[in-house]
Design a protein around this ligand. Structure first.
Ligand code: SF4
Length: 323
């Protein structure tokens, strides 16, 4: 449970736009342990989706991975040939995409799409064997056999998302990445999808990286939580610890925005807006919104440091012992 299966080092992702270079991911470091569930949370545009898509090398132009390493069992995925990476997807690291609606082929039956994925990696597996495996996978994610004969439009959003989970685990990858897997689903379906994902993680022993904005969902699902802001990780630690005592002022404010029974009807927001990733403020990117900012914050960018064992934070309060 403690060895790192995935290590992400100094990852940078940029998008070239007419207005300039958008630094969507500005140097992110984290690792994922074998069998653990890690969450990446933040407001929209904080870089969480770009981070997870970069792990699979699925950033599309005008985006590009500018620098970094993504070590899966010691092998840098960013250095693999395109063909080697194609084979690694699904077999070693796979994606449950955002919005199942758009990720399934609308003119192919579920059975064919799932068999295609497996055929693309395992070549000439007998048709019968593939069909048995499709049935087994569908059962695993709680869907009936008849789903195999359906087209995507004949299924509900939650069923489609579970088909995506079945496809993502079809080749028993070591790491499964879920990018906002429950967006656009109602709360009851959300819970079912998350329960399915939980079973997958437990039974397959895979590590799961969950990217999302829903702190409540994260609190229930992940073992460790990384908070992202303006393309950077600002805090990372055991979920319970982060919720009980957030070290970074942004993480603190984010947790304060959660509805609480003690503060009925009193909803809090975070003052100000996130900065443009085209031109970040000097020093700490959170400085214009931070209630604890002091002189150094608008000059020096805070370093990513282990403030306590297992707790990482990027904030001068901790470098200067003011935290
Ligand atoms: Fe706030 Fe300064 Fe810490 Fe940034 S470095 S979060 S501005 S206290």
């Amino acid at each position: 449970m403690n060895s790192d299966i995935l290590q992400v080092k100094d990852l940078h992702v940029h998008y070239d736009t007419y207005s300039g270079v958008v630094k969507a991911v500005g140097g992110v470091d984290f690792s994922v342990r074998a069998g653990e569930k890690l969450g990446l949370v933040g407001e929209s545009g904080c870089g969480k989706s770009s981070t997870v898509l970069a792990l699979l090398r699925m950033i599309k132009p005008p985006g590009r991975i500018v620098a970094g390493q993504v070590l899966l069992d010691g092998v840098d995925l960013l250095r693999l040939s395109d063909e080697e990476m194609r084979l690694a997807r699904f077999a070693a690291i796979s994606l449950i995409p955002q919005g199942a609606m758009n990720s399934l082929n609308p003119v192919m039956r579920i059975r064919e799409q799932m068999a295609d994925t497996m055929r693309a990696h395992n070549g000439g597996r007998p048709k019968r064997e593939l069909q048995d495996r499709v049935r087994e996978l569908l059962q695993w994610v709680g869907l009936s056999d008849w789903v195999a004969n359906m087209f995507p439009h004949e299924l509900s959003g939650g069923m489609k998302q579970r088909v995506c989970i079945a496809m993502a685990i079809s080749l028993k990858p070591k790491v499964v990445i879920a990018d906002e897997p429950t967006s656009a689903l109602d709360v009851v379906v959300q819970r079912r999808v998350m329960h399915t994902l939980e079973r997958v993680q437990q039974e397959l022993g895979a590590s799961v990286i969950l990217a999302g904005h829903d702190m409540g969902l994260m609190a229930q699902f992940v073992d460790r939580l990384g908070v992202m802001y303006a393309g950077l990780l600002v805090e990372l630690g055991a979920t319970e610890g982060v919720f009980e005592e957030p070290l970074h002022p942004y993480a603190r404010l984010l947790i304060d925005t959660l509805p609480s029974l003690d503060r009925k009807g009193d909803f809090k927001g975070i003052p100000g807006v996130a900065p443009s990733l085209l031109s970040l403020p000097p020093g700490c990117a959170f400085q214009p919104r931070c209630p604890h900012a002091f002189d150094r914050c608008s000059v020096d960018e805070p370093a990513w440091q282990e403030a306590r064992p297992g707790r990482w934070v990027a904030c001068h309060l901790w470098t200067e012992g003011r935290g």
